[in-house]
Ligand binder design. Structure first.
Ligand SMILES: Nc1ncnc2c1ncn2[C@@H]1O[C@H](COP(=O)(O)OP(=O)(O)O)[C@@H](O)[C@H]1O
Ligand SMILES: [Mg+2]
Length: 328
């Protein structure tokens, strides 16, 4: 049985003044119908670029997919026609971003922006019908008095309400896959919890799959079936969520888990983090990328040659650098 989405060996780069920088370097992951896949990793590791590659919304003209395969419902999206991509995007794959203010147009009323989703994808044939559908979906995502809110502008809404509008727009066409890129990072803790709960409820009701991108392992632990751990443009580990937390095999994953704040402990000190920095894109080692930061010193062989990415138990994949891989 093929997965809903299968990404294989995706390579995405940007043309910059300093030459071509590879931001995503051979990333593979997949997600089944109705499931939730978490993608976690520090800022800059390529989470957003991976997501934007899937829906072909990379910043243009700098962003380019250089290789790999992105199959959605068995159909290859790399090299697909604009029409196909347009239909898939919004209709079958919805996306929400971290900062709803940048995705909403400040000069148009909420109702008009939500209505567009229905009109553009042929779910409504008149503005009146689109407005009705908009009010329904806004109601569904928990916006009070949606019949009044449709005539307001984005700045009149709170951050949490704006994110609900984004979710409404992403879900308007009942997509099979929702990609949520740090959907709650810009919100305060209480609102974060409400939005995650809302997404979970809607997912249960509509049966869609969700790719949840976050740098928060607490969110991953609570919401996901499977997890992909990214480091410096690559996937270092991928596993069912319970297994990842119980038996992390890669040194980077173990470092991330150690840096996770314990919920049962008072947060008196600053969060511990993994020491050191991610190397800049132009100075990445071609082998194990964590070699510059790992506690265990690496030999030249592992610094220069990319370790194999192997399945170590069912559904559990690890980049098997001899210095980062824990035999368990
Ligand atoms: N428009 C761009 N031009 C050049 N480099 C970019 C661009 N967008 C992202 N990058 C680089 O790609 C890498 C991955 O970024 P991103 O996917 O946004 O990380 P994150 O995991 O925080 O979402 C980073 O090194 C970032 O600097
Ligand atoms: Mg990002």
């Amino acid at each position: 049985m093929s997965s809903l989405l299968e990404v294989e060996d995706l390579v995405t780069a940007f043309d910059t003044d300093a030459g071509q920088l590879v931001a995503v370097d051979g990333v593979s992951f997949s997600i089944e119908k109705g499931k939730t896949l978490g993608i976690v990793g520090e800022s800059g590791c390529g989470k957003s670029v991976s997501a934007l590659s899937v829906i072909h919304l990379l910043p243009q003209p700098m962003g380019k997919i250089l290789g790999g395969s992105i199959r959605f419902k068995g159909q290859e999206l790399i090299g697909a026609s604009h029409e196909t991509l347009y239909d898939v995007r919004g209709d079958e794959i919805g996306m929400i971003f971290q900062e709803p203010m940048t995705a909403l147009n400040p000069v148009h009323k909420i109702g008009r922006q939500v209505s567009e989703v229905f009109l553009l994808h042929g779910k409504a044939d008149t503005p009146q019908k689109a407005r009705e559908l908009s009010i329904d979906i806004l109601q569904k995502v928990g916006i009070p008095a949606p019949e009044i809110r449709v005539d307001e502008y984005p700045h009149q809404l709170s951050g949490g309400m704006r994110q609900r509008v984004m979710i409404a727009m992403a879900l308007g066409c009942k997509p099979d896959l929702l990609i949520a890129d740090e959907p709650t990072t810009a919100l305060d803790v209480t609102v974060q919890a409400q939005i995650l709960k809302l997404m979970e409820d809607l997912q249960a009701e509509m049966g869609m799959a969700v790719i949840l991108i976050t740098h928060d392992l607490g969110v991953i632990a609570e919401s996901c079936d499977d997890v992909v751990v990214m480091y410096a443009g690559r996937v270092v580990e991928r596993a069912p969520v319970k297994e990842l937390f119980s038996t992390p095999r890669h040194a980077y994953t173990r470092g991330l888990l150690r840096s996770m704040p314990r919920l049962d402990r008072e947060r008196k000190t600053l969060l511990p983090t993994i020491p050191g920095n991610v190397p800049a894109l132009h100075e990445m080692p071609s082998g194990c990328r964590f070699s510059t930061r790992a506690e265990v010193e690496h030999d030249q062989e592992s610094i220069n040659n990319r370790p194999p990415f192997e399945e170590v138990s069912p559904g559990h994949w690890v980049e098997k650098c001899p210095f980062c891989f824990d035999q368990g």
